[in-house]
Design a protein around this ligand. Structure first.
Ligand code: MF3
Ligand code: CO
Length: 260
């Protein structure tokens, strides 16, 4: 069942989106060699609480953190841990904030110091593919148009698309219908309508598309242990157009002239 939101609800989700975007901006200040992923989680948790929000992932089906930590080959759903970031790592931080009863969902993959050029390129293309997906997200199009835009952009550049994990509808619950895959055919899937709110989140691999779930039941990594990148925005359909409710601008302020 796809729930269409009123403008009032979308306005509330925008507020959640701003708090979430500012939270990832706080994380950006801490990403550096020698910092644990626990520390990044603690920074986010405190900032969300101090601003009246709730980290929706914490305790969700037993998930132990406020933020999913995606180091190098981890695709999604890694736990915060004592792992210490090293020069050359990439780390995706994926977080959901609930504020006034509604959610926003966002992910950004950071570089830790200098990273290999091929990994930087993977991250750039993945981020660009998110905007290709958002551009295809228009009233009258279908979910398959978003999926196909992401897939075509990434595969034509030699990367692979994770199939088992998808974007999703979002609102009062963090995961709602419909699923938003990152692969598929144009003109297929549910029709996009005003009031839909979608989390669009390409998960793109440098090597093969295959993944495995670790024995903790959560951590999803590439089978070949090559790196995976992940960027995500929450988008609402207003007046036939996509309105992006989250923003990377707080992160970009911290990064300055660094690319990611
Ligand atoms: N953005 C992630 C997703 O859509 C958030 C997961 S939170 C978790 O899957 F608790 F499930 F990890
Ligand atoms: Co999501």
């Amino acid at each position: 069942m796809i729930y269409l939101k009123t403008l009032e609800e979308i306005e509330l989700m925008q507020q959640a989106g701003i708090l979430l975007s500012r939270t990832l901006g706080e994380i950006a200040k801490w990403v550096a060699p020698g910092v644990t992923t626990h520390k990044l989680d603690a920074v986010a948790r405190e900032f969300i609480h101090d601003n009246g929000g709730r980290p929706s992932c914490l305790g969700y089906e037993g998930f132990p953190g406020a933020v999913c930590m995606e180091v190098n080959e981890v695709v999604v759903h890694g736990f915060p841990s004592n792992y210490t970031l090293r020069e050359g790592d990439i780390i995706g931080t994926d977080c959901v904030v609930e504020l006034n009863g509604v959610n926003a969902d966002m992910c950004y993959t950071f570089a830790v110091g200098e990273i290999a050029p091929e990994v930087l390129r993977l991250c750039q293309v993945t981020k660009e593919s998110l905007y290709k997906g958002i551009h295809a997200c228009r009233v009258g199009h279908r979910i398959g148009d978003i999926a196909n835009a992401v897939q075509t952009y990434c595969e034509s550049r030699g990367y692979t698309v994770v199939r088992e994990m998808c974007g999703h509808g979002i609102g009062r619950r963090m995961h709602e219908d419909p699923q938003v895959p990152n692969y598929g055919r144009r003109g297929t899937g549910p029709l996009i309508k005003n009031g839909m709110c979608l989390a669009i989140e390409p998960m793109i691999n440098l090597g093969s598309r295959n993944i495995v779930i670790e024995s903790d039941g959560w951590t999803c990594r590439t089978k070949d242990r090559k790196p995976s990148a992940h960027y995500e925005h929450t988008v609402a359909l207003v007046d036939d157009e996509p309105r992006v409710l989250t923003t990377f601008e707080y992160i970009e302020e911290v990064l300055g002239d660094r690319f990611i």
